[in-house]
Unconditional design. Sequence first.
Lengths: 265, 322
Amino acid sequence: MSLRNIIVTMKVTPKPEEIRFDPVTKTIDRSKATNEINPADRNALEMALQLKERYGGRVIVVSMGPPFWEPFIRLAVAMGADDAVLVSDRALAGSDTLPTSLTLARAIQKIGDYDIVLTGEESSDGGTGQVPPGIAEWLGIPHVTYVTSIEVVGPGRARVKRTIKGGYEILEVDMPFLASVELGCNTPRFPDFRRKRWAEREFKLKTWSIADLGLSPEEVGFKGSATTVDTLIELKPPERLRRRITGTPDEIAEELARIIRELLR
Amino acid sequence: MKDIWVFVEQDSGVVEEASLEVLSKARELADTRGFKVTGVLLGKDVRGVAARLGRYGAHKVIVVEHPLLESYIGELYAKIVGDLIEERSPDYFLASATRNGRDLAGRLAVRFRTGLQAHVIHIDIADDGSLVGHVPGFGGNIVAVVRNVKGRPQMATVALGVFRPREAWGEAEVEVVEARVDPGKLRVRRVEVVKGGYVDLSKSRRVVVAGMGTGGDLTLVRELAKLIQADVAVSRPLSDMGIAPKDIYVGSTGVSLNADLAIVVGVSGAPHFVAGIRNVKTVISINKDPEAPIAEYSDYFAVGDLFEILPKLIEKLRTTGG
Ligand SMILES: Cc1cc2nc3c(=O)[nH]c(=O)nc-3n(C[C@H](O)[C@H](O)[C@H](O)COP(=O)(O)OP(=O)(O)OC[C@H]3O[C@@H](n4cnc5c(N)ncnc54)[C@H](O)[C@@H]3O)c2cc1C
Ligand SMILES: Nc1ncnc2c1ncn2[C@@H]1O[C@H](COP(=O)(O)O)[C@@H](O)[C@H]1O
């Protein structure tokens, strides 16, 4: 028994600690932030590659974003993905989770022939976790969120481990299904050096527009979204004393002990 | 009269406290606008707990009972709740932003092609009836004021621990609805559940938090915690590595502390982490990197090696009787 396509959704996110907020224009300045593959999506990709190694199949990465994401998608190919699609279109700007999940679902349908769709648990910028169950609903397939491992147990059936409050549960799911993969549940591999050169220079990345997916501009972007952002507010760190304690370990311990005793009184 | 529905999460008959937070908040909103609050409760034998939900703000509770509903299963719950929404067209639908709440809401929002706000920390209904919420992003440093512009019901998940459950109202009217579950059609089936002891650190008064700087060795942290009668928490990577349970990591995707004192050792202070110590009264941190971002989020920031400082600190606290 060999798996059919294993599709991984992947986005590129700025490192949250490098984001700056401009209080005057009330906009987010991402220009100084380093971009990276969304951390949980690296875990999803690693899980996909391990599934392929065990059960066969082709790993295909799908991403919806601007053209500058391309190098990161090639990185995913260097890690071992067999193919990749970037859905890029000006009309997609401003999409909330409704058109985002729609667009990804359409792309997944166009690729077709899939047994498993893997996403990250949430993205580190928007961080809604809403896109994965949304994609499953558009596709009409079952979904399981916060998954840490997947095992194929029979034709068209898998067992997945899902984190729950206080522990975990094992669920049996019919294929095709979607699983959102928990951040940190595995250690993503490094790109292979030779493959990296190939992925950067020769690999032909597919880029699709919304027209390629049969979508109209009204269905996506700001127009297709069901929510709108009125404004952005910066949440300043709470007021803290910010007192620095330095010295030898003994001096520091002495000072900390004094402070703690005071606080516990 | 407009109707705000609240998904009331339960497991084996035990109601999730976060759902009560949402119920009470929904009732406050409803009272200012003359709306009604309806709790939606799915479970095995749950009609007994349904009436009690009135005290937390529900005017009415719709109960759906079936043995297969004892614990949450995304596909099944979404089908049943979705069919109820389709039949009765509530104006608003709220759930708490637990794993299950997000899982359910994400699926329902697409079914009804409607707006869904994620883990809001503030929520209101504008004069034109649109739902307005504050949605934290980038680990919590930046908040978007979001408005639903399309679709019914207008939906949001509500961040945990932001609103307080209030026992301020009366009994709820309970309506039991027959469950339409065809076990043969289920595409997701539960095989096994493994649960350890769940601890709710959001209620702890004192907490010692261990980060990656401990290298995963929590011996000193546990010793210090025991000495000052504190609970032990961690940063997320330690939970991810399996060194600590997943219910005890602090941060935007974990628990938000409300302690009087948190001693944070070997934690760098990433945005996703510091979101969880906002409401701590006093933060003491130890980090060997003088530039660590946690400094800005601390009242006392000790610069040094935790493996040198903690043994001495423990010794000093012990000899003076803590
Ligand atoms: C979507 C998303 C959600 C996330 N949610 C969370 C969350 O809820 N909670 C969370 O914690 N993280 C979360 N993270 C991860 C977060 O971004 C950071 O990676 C994580 O908080 C880092 O943990 P840390 O500070 O323990 O480790 P590190 O960043 O590795 O920091 C270790 C620190 O220990 C110090 N140190 C090392 N050795 C010593 C020593 N001997 N003595 C003293 N100090 C020492 C170092 O100087 C360093 O500052 C999330 C990430 C993403 C992408
Ligand atoms: N624009 C996108 N392109 C590809 N995948 C995405 C996109 N947005 C969200 N996802 C996937 O959905 C997951 C959850 O995202 P979110 O719901 O935004 O927190 C991410 O980890 C990705 O796997």
